[in-house]
Design a protein. Sequence first.
Length: 129
Amino acid sequence: MKIRYEFATETVEIEVSDDWGSLVIDLDRQEYNNNHAETRRHYSLDALAFEGEEYGKVDQAMHNLIEYQDLREAVSKLTDQQQYIIINHYYLGRSYTEIAKELGISIPCVTKCAERARKQIKKYFSDPR
């Protein structure tokens, strides 16, 4: 079997046994696949100017994640009842009526508790950390 190597200045053919030839071809294929996989998975941050839209999405996603983590931290500073009301109303979409029935308290009490919680969250974001 002949193995052909192409260089910038010349092309060389080498005669090898079939076993060695199939091994070289297999290794070349594996090397190509590994290099190809690596280029598909990784982005150059230098290409930001050229692929602004895609990196803009990544940047926005990271910004949203940081804001989400900050919001989780702010909610964790609330009382247990306030956390329960905020999570159930804003994240799970439940009404104040449903929450009030479940907790066995009045609807105005749930509303007032949620209002206090929102004020505390707002204060958390306005205070320098």
